[in-house]
Ligand binder design. Structure first.
Ligand code: ADP
Ligand code: MG
Length: 270
């Protein structure tokens, strides 16, 4: 088991939902931090031109010398874009607003959907990481398709609000499309309920609906709405660094253990 652990292949997870404000970036940052905290070696790729994951990890725009744009458009090796964060075990490939040009600049080019996958090959070969997390923009655009084409599995944050399920069927159709043409091995790692508010009956109801619809795919862990989670990014810190004892930090640690557990079960079943 020890040897198998050491030679453990890299897992690439894409955090996607075309809705904005559902907790993608928060989940990418804090799940990444929590995975690093339980001993994984994590690379977070910021694939949103808004660069919120980069800012939230304390890498201001002035410090983003090489970004994902250079990787996707300029052929710069992805490892050259990697910058360490203040957290051991968590590195970042940052984004900047240029990234929004990728869609137009790549035009109808044949391998346009494979740019990120190609770039990740050297990362995989390097053996430096056990997890790559990709934070997506709030859209099912070329950046998201590149991420899904490169990924092993999709992790879907779902905000506990009324229209939560509506967007989900569109997201699942996109996953099916990618599976059918670009990346047959793409799996769903899981759906995580975010910003859950115990005092709000709608939260309970949405959580119930999502669980009856998606069953085991939904993680046991629910991320509560927690003010510490929303404060942390303005300090350029993951909430786990900002306040490890708050409910949000504890929930993301629990989610990390669940993600790792699912991956272990998957490997053992294979
Ligand atoms: P997305 O990346 O999907 O657009 P974000 O992760 O940026 O969403 O979250 C949207 C907003 O909600 C941000 O202001 C973030 O700080 C806040 N937020 C996310 N998760 C929580 C939470 N568990 N508790 C409180 N606020 C949250
Ligand atoms: Mg975001």
């Amino acid at each position: 088991a020890h040897v198998a652990e050491a030679s453990r292949p890299l897992r690439i997870l894409v955090v996607a939902n075309q809705k904005g404000g559902v907790g993608k970036t928060t989940t990418a940052i804090n799940l990444g931090t929590a995975l690093a905290a339980v001993g994984e070696r994590v690379l977070l790729i910021d694939s949103d031109p808004q660069g919120n994951a980069s800012t939230g990890l304390g890498v201001p725009r002035a410090e983003r010398r090489v970004t994902l744009y250079d990787v996707l458009m300029g052929g710069t090796p992805l490892l050259d874009a990697v910058t360490p964060t203040r957290l051991p075990g968590l590195d970042l490939a940052p984004a900047d607003p240029d990234l929004s040009g990728v869609e137009i600049e790549l035009g109808p080019e044949a391998r346009r959907s494979f740019r990120l996958r190609d770039a990740l090959e050297a990362v995989r070969a390097s053996g430096r990481y056990t997890y790559v997390l990709i934070d997506c923009p709030p859209s099912l655009n070329l950046l998201t398709v590149n991420a899904m084409t490169a990924a092993d599995a999709v992790l879907v944050p779902l905000q506990c609000e009324f229209f939560a399920l509506e967007g989900l069927s569109q997201l699942m159709r996109t996953v099916e499309l990618v599976r059918g043409s670009l990346n047959p091995r793409l799996e769903i790692q899981g759906v995580v309920l975010t910003m859950f508010d115990r005092r709000n009956r709608l939260s309970e109801q949405v959580a119930g609906d999502v669980r009856s619809h998606f069953g085991e795919t939904v993680y046991q862990t629910v991320i509560p709405r927690n003010v510490r989670v929303s404060e942390a990014p303005s300090f350029g810190k993951p909430v786990l660094v900002y306040d490890i004892n708050c409910a949000g930090s504890q929930a993301y640690l629990k989610l990390a253990r669940e993600v790792v557990q699912r991956e272990r079960a998957r490997r053992e079943a294979a």
